[in-house]
Design a protein. Structure first.
Length: 339
């Protein structure tokens, strides 16, 4: 169900809808808002829920990235790319995106490159395109045949490139598939890389990631040391969302680009992962849910960005995709993560 009437965004609403962390010493706040020994929740914000900007619905958000000027780029899976004020979340501009024929994308992953271009995934085909800041297509990256949606390849519809990140140094781009390929074990998803050559990227190594039963991978982000933060997410009707944050290390994993079927066979080293937190354990901080949830804080979390670091912890921002649905919420989550 999609909403046809939405509220207008105002500066006052943005300020009022932000839930700040408790006052007091920083150490006390972290302890009070601990989700696990590695993760704490500073605050959340529903400031953009069911709002519009320049006649564009501000929701369906599936990816976040830090732009070169410090603002936030927020990608809607309905082909809109927003520029948000990093402090207030107020939209400052919106750019429509399209494919080469002018058709809409199912845009899911986002990287702002060092030259200001935008790398955007669409899980229709799937694809990765490079866009200028004003939304012009610059080029399109190659995709292995097996990762294309059936019948062209072995990927399932609506289960391809959800996450996108640049590894430290900016030479390696990595995209995460959401679900397993046909012929692979259900609990193994593929992560594809590209290597930078001049202004474009060429296909690189591919790795296999073990996902928890019943979950998929909606987002992945590189840490400063070359490891990965990986979101795993699922939904059960009448129960709600499961969202887990893992630290993963691809550096000793097998290149699976030439392995047709991943079924747990010997000789294939999967990406190692360590649970940082299950977000159900986070304090709710007064959050409310419009549908059943095991923790009212939870929703359909899809986007993630590392926005900085402080006192040995990464600042990590998450966002939920409300699917333009009356019982879901566009919610931003401010985490501190020790890796």
């Amino acid at each position: 169900m999609r909403l046809r009437t939405v509220l207008a965004t105002t500066t006052a609403a943005l300020a009022a809808a932000t839930c700040l962390s408790a006052a007091g010493p920083a150490g006390a706040a972290v302890q009070q808002h601990a989700c696990s020994p590695s993760v704490s929740l500073d605050r959340f914000s529903d400031a953009l829920d069911k709002t519009t900007y320049e006649n564009t619905f501000v929701g369906n958000l599936s990816a976040l990235a830090v732009d070169r000027d410090g603002s936030l780029a927020a990608l809607s899976d309905r082909s809109a790319l927003f520029d948000l004020d990093a402090r207030t979340l107020a939209p400052r501009s919106v750019v429509p995106l399209a494919d080469e024929s002018g058709a809409a994308l199912d845009s899911e992953g986002l990287v702002v490159d060092r030259d200001g271009t935008r790398l955007v995934t669409s899980e229709n085909e799937p694809s990765i395109r490079r866009y200028s800041a004003d939304g012009r297509i610059l080029d399109r990256l190659p995709v292995p045949a097996s990762l294309r949606v059936a019948p062209a390849g072995r990927a399932v519809s609506n289960g391809t490139f959800e996450g996108l990140t640049l590894l430290p140094g900016g030479r390696t781009l990595l995209a995460s598939m959401e679900y397993a390929l046909s012929g692979d074990s259900a609990g193994i998803v593929r992560f594809q890389t590209w290597q930078r050559h001049g202004k474009t990227f060429r296909l690189g190594a591919q790795y296999a990631y073990p996902v928890d039963a019943g979950l998929g991978v909606p987002e992945v982000q590189a840490t400063p040391d070359g490891r990965l933060l990986v979101l795993e997410r699922g939904f059960t009707a009448g129960v709600g969302n499961t969202v887990r944050l893992y630290l993963a290390d691809p550096r000793r994993a097998t290149d699976t680009g030439g392995v047709e079927n991943l079924t747990g066979q010997s000789g294939v080293r999967l990406i190692k992962k360590t649970l940082l937190t299950d977000l159900v354990t986070c304090p709710s901080l007064g959050a409310t849910a419009k549908q059943p949830q095991p923790n009212p804080l939870l929703d359909n979390i899809e986007g993630m960005a590392v926005t900085g670091h402080e006192k040995g912890r990464l600042k990590v921002l998450l966002v939920s995709d409300d699917n333009q649905n009356a019982v879901q919420t566009t919610r931003f989550y401010y985490l501190r993560v020790r890796v």
